[in-house]
Every structure is written in C-alpha cells, then in structure tokens.
Write a protein that binds this ligand. Structure first.
Ligand SMILES: O=C(O)CCC(=O)C(=O)O
Ligand SMILES: [Fe+2]
Length: 309
C-alpha cells in the first residue's frame, strides 16, 4: 500500500488572499488545480486557517461528549434519509460509530439534534457544531464555485449553492483492542456533490486512485480534505478507513456532506462530441434512497446504475 504525504498531494492555499479574488491569476490557477486534482485523484487538501486552536479543541471535545452518551440515546438520532442518523453496534465493524446533524448550517437543525440528545439541549455543543458547519460550508461554497468556473459553467454556482443542504456527520473509530480487526469502515463512494472532512490527529483514511492503488492520506492534523462526490467529470474515489493497530487513541472525523434539494442535470455546455451525456436528470434524494437499496449497496458505479443514459 502506498502512502502520500502533503508535499506530493495537491494542496491549495486558501490562506493566500489572492487565491480568493475571482479574476486574479492566482484564482484562475487554483481553479485549474482543483479541477485537475478532483478529476485525477478525486481529492485535494485545502489549506484553510479558519479553525482556531480553541475551535479545533472544542470540536473534538464536543464529539467525545456526544459519543459518551448511552447507546439508546444516540439511537434516537434518526432521519427518514438513509445513513443520515446514528450508525454503530455493527459486529462487522465494531470500532465504528457515527451520528449526523441534518441541516447543520441552520439553528433549527442543530437545536433539534441537541434537544434529542440532551434533556435540556446543550448550548455549547450547538454553538460549536453550528459554527463548524458554517466554516466547512464556506469552504464547500468556495470550492464549488471554483470547480464550476473551471468547467465554464460558473453561472450555475449561485443556484447550486442556494439549493445545497448540509449534513454534519461525526464518524468515530475507537482504538482496536489486541488482535481486533482494524477495519474502520469498508470501501464505498460518497453520493454527495463534494464532501469536506476534518480529522483529529489519528490517521486512517485511505483513498483508491484511478489505477486501483490504495493510498493512506496523511493529511496534517487540523487540515481538511475535499473529496469528490458525484460532481461533473471528476473521479468519485472509493475510500475506507483502517485504523493503526498500534495507536491507542480514538479517531474522530467531522464531515460535511452536501445534498442538492433539486433536480440535478448536466449542463448542456458540458456535453459535446468528446463528452457524451452519461446521466439522465435525477433528484438527489432519490439517489440517496437508491444507495440504501441492495442494488445500490452492491453497485460499483452508483450514478450509472441509477440514472445512466
Ligand atoms: O473518517 C473518515 O476519514 C472518513 C469518513 C467518511 O468518508 C464518511 O463518513 O463518509
Ligand atoms: Fe465517505
């Protein structure tokens, strides 16, 4: 198994204010870099300094507090949408649990989650989660705009962002006991448009490259990973989590998963002789439901199986 460390990974420096100025040379070259990385590797590492050491600490403290709740309380975290709520207690992957807050960039979304988990709500948890979801969403919106710009379809950015809703998900992987299997989660692809992940200091994320090699992504603690979902022509990479048998601490990840609350269709401009139309228009929610069916779970190419032309 290979392993890539930051200098070889594609890093896009959002701390450089020039990169954030649409129309500047740095912006244009960052747009191209993002597109190339997402098409070829399916992910990149944004340098994004919006998370203070206090917020970083508070985030993982909040995550730990959440998972310390009794299982029957965590099990109340359910949504009609599949895989949005609590998962855990699965004997095939006993290290793993996850909870999710849908509509996490709204006060109502976060409050109703906190009220479900704690009898009197939990103001500090709500504040931290809301603020972190907003931080991740800001990054998501920037990257989406840049990606659409690089495909020459920037005019769809605003409507795309306006119809995006966000699930803030907290995956957790406890340290394995002696001789216990180190599998965190099995390989799969995300059915978001893009996913933004933030991890604590315990690594474990592995991503499959185009040529089938699995690489462990050692992204620096306190940095993000942007992972391609089902967006335009990019590679939506299979990924999984394997924890290191020798590490004795828990891995926490905080992920922002986007859904589009509308019919998704490929802009005409992206269809030409070299790039034939591959997907019929679909509603994102129907794709999320399909993913949870047996056929969806077995699928090697979800979008093709669901709405391929
Ligand atoms: O924990 C991780 O690094 C990966 C989590 C993930 O990919 C997911 O929950 O979809
Ligand atoms: Fe994922």
């Amino acid at each position: 198994m290979g392993s890539l460390t930051p200098p070889k990974l594609l890093v896009v420096d959002f701390t450089n204010k020039e990169v954030l100025k649409p129309g500047s040379g740095s912006w244009a070259s960052a747009c191209k870099d993002i597109r190339r990385a997402l098409e070829n590797r399916g992910f990149f590492i944004p340098l994004y300094d919006e998370v203070s050491p206090e917020l970083d600490k508070a985030n993982f403290h909040a995550a730990a507090e959440l998972f310390d709740l009794p299982t029957e309380v965590k099990a109340k975290n359910t949504y009609e949408k599949p895989f949005h709520g609590y998962v855990g207690q699965n004997p095939l992957i006993p290290l793993h649990e996850a909870l999710g807050i849908d509509y996490a960039t709204t006060h109502e979304g976060v409050q109703s989650f906190a009220n479900l988990m704690w009898p009197k709500g939990n103001d500090s948890f709500s504040e931290i989660s809301f603020s972190f979801a907003k931080t991740q969403a800001k990054l998501y919106e920037m990257v989406t705009k840049m990606l659409l710009e690089s495909y020459g379809v920037a005019k769809y950015s605003d409507s795309h962002v306006d119809s995006t809703t966000y699930l803030l998900r907290f995956p957790k992987y406890r340290a394995p006991e002696m001789n216990e299997n180190t599998k965190g989660i099995a390989s799969y692809t995300d059915i978001t448009f893009l996913t933004i992940l933030y991890q604590n200091h315990i690594p474990g994320l592995e991503i499959r490259t185009r040529d089938g090699e699995w690489i462990t992504v050692h992204f620096p603690p306190k940095s993000f990973v942007v992972l391609a979902g089902m967006s335009a022509r990019v590679l939506s990479p299979a990924h999984k989590v394997t924890v290191d048998a020798n590490r004795k601490e828990t891995r926490y990840t905080i992920g922002l998963f986007s859904s589009l609350d509308k019919i998704v269709e490929v802009p005409e401009k992206l269809v030409d002789e070299q790039n034939a139309l591959q997907f019929k228009p679909f509603h994102h929610q129907d794709l999320i439901n399909f993913n949870a069916t047996n056929q969806g779970q077995r699928s090697e190419n979800m979008l093709k199986d669901f709405c391929g032309v």
